[in-house]
Design a protein around this ligand. Structure first.
Ligand code: MF3
Ligand code: CO
Ligand code: CO
Length: 229
């Protein structure tokens, strides 16, 4: 359901549309489907989704700024339905986007796919970040370190952390039935970040553009199944 909603929201992305417009749509559709938008009031977060434009890495709060020709925009939706959370996001071009930024989006999509392909029972969680970082660095991109994938299920963030860079300290073995997100944030410049005074909006320290793709996956007996398709 989360992915269907994301696809619907993606259809609204256009020059002149505000992130508040998209948020209002997502909120309404969640309620229509009998789902709760997990981000709303989560640790005080004020909206029903996160919308992150250009140098905003994640947790952008929907507001009255209209999308501009050439922007790239990430929409991150989490829904609570039937007792569990599903978390999914993707990055979209607005109007005519510079080829460099389209490339960043495509490589970030591939990073997410490669992270998911590294999910395998018996392997350490660090294999996921290793695969992602290897792919991103091949193109001179960096992997944002401050935000990770997370265990998810009855809780939105259940304490399990899935870094998207390689850190061998994350040696917990993946086991069948584990559910977590893979959600790499890839920056054209530095991986270092800053937080706006609103306490949420995360931007790259050098204002370079960033993209993100996210899926919720479950570890199976021989790999991973994507739950947010
Ligand atoms: N959906 C985001 C994630 O992928 C989390 C948003 S938390 C919020 O983990 F509070 F900022 F909404
Ligand atoms: Co997530
Ligand atoms: Co998310």
């Amino acid at each position: 359901m989360a992915k269907r909603l994301l696809d619907e929201a993606a259809g609204l992305v256009d020059v002149g549309v505000t992130s508040e417009d998209i948020d209002a749509f997502i909120h309404r559709r969640c309620i229509e489907e009998g789902a709760y938008p997990s981000t709303l009031n989560y640790k005080g977060y004020p909206k029903s989704c996160c919308i992150s434009v250009n140098e905003v890495i994640c947790h952008g709060i929907p507001d009255s700024r209209a999308l501009c020709d050439g922007d790239i925009v990430n929409i991150d939706i989490t829904v609570f339905l039937d007792g569990v959370h599903g978390d999914v996001d993707a990055t979209y071009p607005v109007g005519v986007v510079h080829p460099d930024h389209l490339h960043l989006i495509e490589i970030t999509r591939e990073c997410c796919e490669k992270g998911i392909a590294a999910v395998s029972p018996g392997s350490p969680i660090s294999d996921i970040g290793r695969a992602i970082e290897a792919h991103a660095s091949r193109f001179g991109y960096s992997v944002v370190r401050a935000f990770s994938g997370h265990g998810i299920g009855e809780l939105f963030h259940n304490g399990l952390s899935i870094p998207h860079y390689y850190d061998p300290a994350y040696n917990t073995e993946m086991r069948p039935g584990m559910v977590f997100t893979v959600e790499p944030m890839i920056a054209a410049g530095t991986w270092r970040h800053r937080i706006w005074p609103d306490g949420w909006t995360a931007v790259t320290a050098d204002f370079s553009r960033t993209a993100q793709f996210e899926h919720t996956v479950v570890v199976t007996d021989d790999g991973a199944e994507v739950l947010t398709t």
